[in-house]
Design a protein around this ligand. Structure first.
Ligand SMILES: [Cu+2]
Length: 254
């Protein structure tokens, strides 16, 4: 009887524990949190990339590799926060050139610029969002910098709310930023200079073990015949479901 109760609890731990572990929304452990993003194209730009970030206190170490961008043209790149903290899809239409998505068209999704990913010595706050002299200009770029942010931004990035957006799209294939449509961010610039080219959501990369206990009551619906399978599954995933459950104080069912 005791054995089967433990098995049942183990199964519960596996069932309850797995979704907890899989959730990036886990609130603890912001300090030192690592994040990754995969950037995919917007506006059929052909651009893509990967990003990695680590938040330590008010420092955000970030690496951003991009490719497929218009060569020889500055590509503004930022961490946006707000909206639904998400990227629009490549086929999403906007108010720009032949229905192109302009930066402000998707603010409800990726939010506003919070960090400007300029090269040294550019400033890195929102005021440097269009500091074209200090952004990468290649078709392929490998960027890394450690930037200082305020407490709120550090927390939001660490929690997975940051979205990396890279700008600059040659819609008409002329080989440079031009055209009659003006930028929604700065009417002195053509929209091609600021329209979003690629986007990726910075998601929490590391997995944390659950800190809370496992509720052991009301677990009798988990059939003991499946318990071994669930426990093995937890072990196979390296989660130690059996050991975790077995060390819990056993509460009598019913
Ligand atoms: Cu941006």
């Amino acid at each position: 009887m005791r054995t089967s109760r433990i098995a049942t609890i183990a199964a519960t731990a596996a069932l309850v524990g797995l979704p907890l572990l899989a959730s990036p929304a886990s609130a603890q452990g912001h300090e030192g949190g690592e994040l990754t993003a995969t950037l995919t194209q917007l506006n059929d730009s052909g651009a893509s990339g990967t990003a990695w970030a680590k938040v330590t206190g008010n420092q955000v170490e970030i690496k951003l590799d991009t490719k497929g961008l218009l060569p020889g043209a500055p590509h503004a790149q930022h961490i946006h926060i707000g909206g639904t903290n998400s990227c629009p899809s490549n086929d999403q239409k906007g108010s720009g050139f032949e229905g192109a998505l302009q930066t402000s068209d998707a603010v409800d999704q990726y939010g506003a610029v919070k960090v400007s990913l300029t090269q040294d010595p550019g400033k890195t706050d929102a005021s440097a969002a269009l500091d074209v002299a200090n952004f990468p200009t290649g078709a392929t770029n490998s960027y890394s910098r450690t930037v200082t942010v305020d407490d709120a931004i550090a927390k939001q990035i660490a929690a997975g709310d940051g979205v990396v957006v890279v700008h600059g799209v040659d819609h008409d294939g002329s080989g440079k930023y031009d055209g009659s449509v003006k930028s929604d961010l700065d009417p002195k610039l053509p929209s091609e200079a600021t329209d979003p080219a690629a986007c990726g959501e910075l998601n929490v990369a590391q997995m944390n073990m659950p800190q809370g206990g496992v509720e052991t009551g009301g677990s009798d619906t988990a059939g003991t015949e499946y318990a071994g399978g669930f426990a093995l599954g937890a072990l196979a995933l390296g989660l130690g479901g059996v050991g975790f459950a077995a060390t819990r104080r056993i509460k009598t069912n019913r």
